[in-house]
Design a protein around this ligand. Structure first.
Ligand code: 3PG
Length: 211
């Protein structure tokens, strides 16, 4: 079982994957894995998502698959039942955090402000998704948060690209970034899994320089 802090160290980029057809789940997982990325977040934004999580959990044992865009307690339980290894939320309510923690899975909860981050830290959650990263102040905001709260670890997500990822990965409080660009909708629709593999390879090469 992966812990929340381990989750942030599995890959420089946590792929945020939207799947409309559960049949694409296993080939996408294999493509990411072949490119060197061993973790993926399947967003619960499509009817196919829970099935997609279940298939990857069952058929791709060397992929750590989690569920993202978890916004309700029911989704947290559904994802856990499907075999998700972790849950990602865009933001947090007390109810959602409690339900997510009850599953026993690693949790990457979303926070966009200092107060949200502090509330999550009070509940023992120190690995957070900074979302929406670019819209919430980007690297400047994360650098400022590191002043009073240096022990918090972040996976900024939202508006980050292959080009901007490196600036985030240079920050002392960032372990990885999240992004949907590793699995472009066009690549998934065209079943161009070689394209996804190539993007995964580029992502793995995004290593943070010495801090
Ligand atoms: C998410 O759900 O984490 C974001 O929508 C991903 O953001 P991006 O599409 O800008 O990478």
């Amino acid at each position: 079982m992966v812990t929340s802090s381990e989750l942030l160290t599995l890959s420089p980029v946590l792929p945020v994957v939207v799947l409309h057809d559960a049949d694409d789940a296993v080939p996408v997982a294999h493509a990411l894995r072949s490119g060197g990325v061993g973790v993926m977040e399947v967003t619960l934004r499509t009817p196919a998502a829970v099935d997609a999580v279940a298939r990857v959990a069952r058929e791709v044992p060397d992929m750590v698959v989690g569920a993202g865009t978890v916004t309700t307690p029911q989704q947290a339980r559904q994802a856990a039942d499907a075999g998700a290894a972790f849950l990602v939320t865009p933001g947090c309510t007390e109810t959602l955090v409690s339900a997510a923690l009850d599953t026993g899975l690693a949790l990457l909860p979303g926070a966009a402000t200092v107060s949200e981050a502090m509330r999550l830290a009070e509940r023992g959650l120190h690995a957070l998704k900074f979302f929406p990263a670019e819209a919430s102040g980007g690297t400047d905001a994360l650098r400022a948060i590191a002043g009073p709260l240096p022990w918090l670890r972040f996976c900024p997500t939202g508006g980050i690209t292959m080009d901007s990822a490196r600036r985030y990965l240079e920050l002392a409080n960032v372990d990885c970034v999240g992004g949907s660009w590793l699995t472009p909708p066009d690549a998934v629709a065209a079943k161009d899994f070689a394209w996804i593999e190539a993007l995964a390879r580029q992502a793995v090469a995004l290593t943070a320089p010495e801090r």
